[in-house]
Each structure stands twice: as structure tokens, then as C-alpha cells.
Write a protein that binds this ligand. Structure first.
Ligand code: NAP
Length: 337
């Protein structure tokens, strides 16, 4: 039904990094999308054709501009695909500008996937503004947004009762974009790693948000979500695409988020992202009636999947009632040709 009502959707891309570029690669093949503008602040991209910046090998006749206000006014987009940064504090003004321009927004901002606990005021501001302008805002991606939260929530639908949810994701970062290798500390010494963790520069953003999303969906009032970040020390030399990891150096990050209800651990999200990971996978175990034990061997490839879910979310976002939404508010997102 969602697919049927689609007319060409006017779309602006806000942020043409690796994720935004992957989104362009997905969307340029869809006849229900017309890319009408592109915004980015990077000097090396501004003024160039979006097709060239995104690495398509051909032009799209859309110039990348740093003037967000101008692009939004000139393009009058139905929707903005937003992929600039992770934190709600940073992206809030960008999202509000799109909303003010009357556009729906799908964003890859990790914190925006479930912003209500860390940023209740900003979440409220975005929600109110979206309702005022009759548009919808969604934060999504592969993680957070799918493998460690929404997928577990979908699986919970066949359980009568649930005691606990455990999700494990192991990613081999060695062939992934440099941003991922950098934010997981590949190649650093343990001392550098711990310093950068303290400074908030090394981490996967969004694990607590995933736990909060699961808790909210299952109707559990979480006391708190605790998060720990430790280094994974490499037992071998790994030549990652953008970093050399020597034996004894940091290969990546091990991050665990634990959600408790009335003092009892009910949600554990265990994420390992490191160069040379031997058995990448995603697994979801629900201790309940009936129990669920699902593993995706190889794991879901994050960059491709994020571009896909952002693109596939567009029809649902356009069809949604207005306001700030999360993945547990919208109908199931599925592939659309
Ligand atoms: N939810 C998920 O599963 C998921 C998955 C993958 C990525 N992400 C997130 O999605 C975002 C995009 O990923 P990426 O790897 O493409 O990031 P990236 O390499 O940092 O690229 C972002 C692009 O946006 C530009 N930009 C930053 N601030 C801007 C602003 N205010 N206005 C216009 N352009 C701006 C950047 O320019 P400069 O280089 O000049 O700053 C850069 O060209 C990141 O925050 C990433 O963490 C989420």
C-alpha cells in the first residue's frame, strides 16, 4: 500500500559523507525519488556535482551547496535525508531548519533514534515543531535503528512473556570506512585509547539509545542503562584498510549497555567492533515464552544497510502522522524497488 501511493518524492540530501553518498547510490535507481538538492559544509565537496561527490561516475545535475537555507528554499523538498553527525545537540538546529522548510526528515543521527531520555527538551522541541509544520522526523540506521533494537522488538512479537533480551553484534571493522576504524580506536595504544574514551572521542554512539528503545517497546520502566567501553587488544598484526594494527595494540572497541528493571538486569547489548574480528555476526536471544535464538552469520554490513534502511524508510515517514518518531512508532520498514 505504501509503495502504491508514491509519486516522485522531492528529496534533499543533507550531509554527503560516506553514508550520504551510499544513500545517493541507492536512491538514484528509484524512479519514485527525485534528488533536488544537496547540502554539505566540506570545502572539497561544495560546488561539485552530487554524482561526482557520491562517486557515481556520472553527474546528477545537482550542485553540493553549503547554504542549507538556500537549498531548502529553492528545492522545496518533501523529505530530507540527513547524515551529518551523531549527537542531538549538534543536529537539532539542522533538523529544525528542515522542519521549518516543511520537509519530513530521515536522519542517521544515532542519538536521534531514541532521544527522549538524554535530551527530553530537544526531543520535545523537535516533536512540537514537526507537529506544527505537519511533518515527520525519524532517526534510524543499522545500529542504532535496527540490528540491536528494532529487530529485537520485532522478534519479541511472537513471545508471550519475556524475562530478558540479549543482543550481540560483532563487526570486523578492517574493511569498513575510516570513520568507523577511527571511532573504534583501531591501531592505538591502550593508553591513547583510554584517554580518547575519557574525552568521548572513541565510542560507538547509540547503544544506550537502543536499550531504551527496547525497554520502551516492551513496556519496561528501566531504572538506568549503564554503559562500559573497553579496548580489544589485537593478538595479531592486522592491515585494516585505513589503519595498521600491530600485535598488542588496540584492534577496536568492546561496548556493553545494560538495562535494569527494579534492580534486575533485563537488557544486555554487547557490541564488539574491531579490525580482524573472526566471526562477525548479529545475534538476538530472548529469554521468554517461547524463547528466541536468532543469529545472522556474517552480520549485517553496516554502511550498505544504513543507506538501505534510510531509503526504505522514506515511504513510511511520508505516510506517517506528524511529529518526532522512532523505529517502534512506524509500520515495519521493508525493501521497495
Ligand atoms: N544509525 C546508524 O546506524 C549509523 C550508521 C552509520 C553512520 N551513522 C552516522 O551518520 C552520520 C554520517 O556518517 P558519515 O560516515 O557519512 O559521516 P562523515 O564522514 O562525518 O560525513 C558527514 C558529512 O556531513 C558534513 N557535515 C557535517 N556537519 C554539517 C553541517 N552542519 N551542515 C552540512 N554538512 C555537514 C561533513 O562535512 P565536514 O567533513 O566538513 O564536517 C561531511 O561531509 C554520522 O554521524 C555517523 O555516525 C549512523
Amino acid at each position: 500500500m505504501v509503495g502504491e501511493k508514491m509519486r516522485p518524492v522531492r528529496l534533499v540530501l543533507y550531509g554527503v559523507g560516506p553514508i550520504g553518498s551510499n544513500v545517493v547510490k541507492v536512491l538514484e535507481k528509484k524512479d519514485w525519488v527525485q534528488i533536488s538538492g544537496a547540502i554539505d559544509t566540506d570545502d572539497s565537496k561544495v560546488g561539485k556535482d552530487l554524482g561526482e561527490v557520491a562517486g557515481l561516475g556520472h553527474k546528477l545535475d545537482v550542485a553540493v551547496s553549503r547554504d542549507a537555507t538556500g537549498v531548502l528554499a529553492a528545492s522545496s523538498p518533501d523529505i530530507v535525508v540527513h547524515a551529518t553527525s551523531s549527537y542531538v545537540q549538534d543536529v537539532c538546529p539542522q533538523i529544525l531548519e528542515c522542519v521549518d522548510a516543511g520537509a519530513d526528515v530521515v536522519s542517521t543521527s544515532e542519538e536521534l533514534t531514541y532521544p527522549y531520555v538524554k535530551h527530553p527538551d530537544l526531543a520535545d522541541k523537535i516533536d512540537k515543531s514537526a507537529k506544527m509544520h505537519d511533518v515527520t522526523v525519524l532517526g534510524t540506521g543499522v545500529n542504532p535503528g535496527f540490528v540491536m533494537d528494532a529487530l529485537a522488538v520485532v522478534l519479541s512479537g511472537v513471545c508471550q512473556t519475556i524475562k530478558s533480551v540479549r543482543v550481540e553484534r560483532v563487526v570486523d571493522s578492517s574493511k569498513r570506512r575510516w570513520q568507523l576504524q577511527r571511532k573504534t580506536g583501531a591501531g592505538l595504544s591502550s593508553i591513547e585509547f583510554r584517554r580518547l574514551v575519557k574525552e568521548g572521542k572513541i565510542k560507538h554512539v547509540g547503544l544506550p539509545e537502543s536499550a531504551m528503545m527496547i525497554g520502551a517497546a516492551l513496556g519496561w520502566k528501566l531504572d538506568e542503562v549503564q554503559e562500559e567501553i573497553t579496548p580489544i587488544i589485537s593478538k595479531k598484526r592486522v592491515r585494516a584498510e585505513y589503519a595498521l594494527v600491530k600485535k598488542g595494540n588496540v584492534a577496536g572497541v568492546h561496548q556493553v549497555a545494560r538495562g535494569t528493571v527494579a534492580g534486575q538486569e533485563r537488557i544486555v547489548l554487547d557490541l564488539k567492533m574491531y579490525a580482524g574480528a573472526g566471526d562477525p555476526h548479529d545475534s538476538i536471544k530472548i529469554s521468554g515464552v517461547p524463547p528466541i535464538d536468532m543469529t545472522i552469520r556474517g552480520g549485517v554490513q553496516g554502511d550498505l544497510a544504513t543507506a538501505a534502511i534510510v531509503s526504505n524508510a522514506i515511504p513510511n515517514v511520508i505516510a506517517s502522522t506528524p511529529g518526532l518518531k522512532t523505529m517502534i512508532d512506524l509500520p515495519i520498514i521493508h525493501n521497495i524497488a
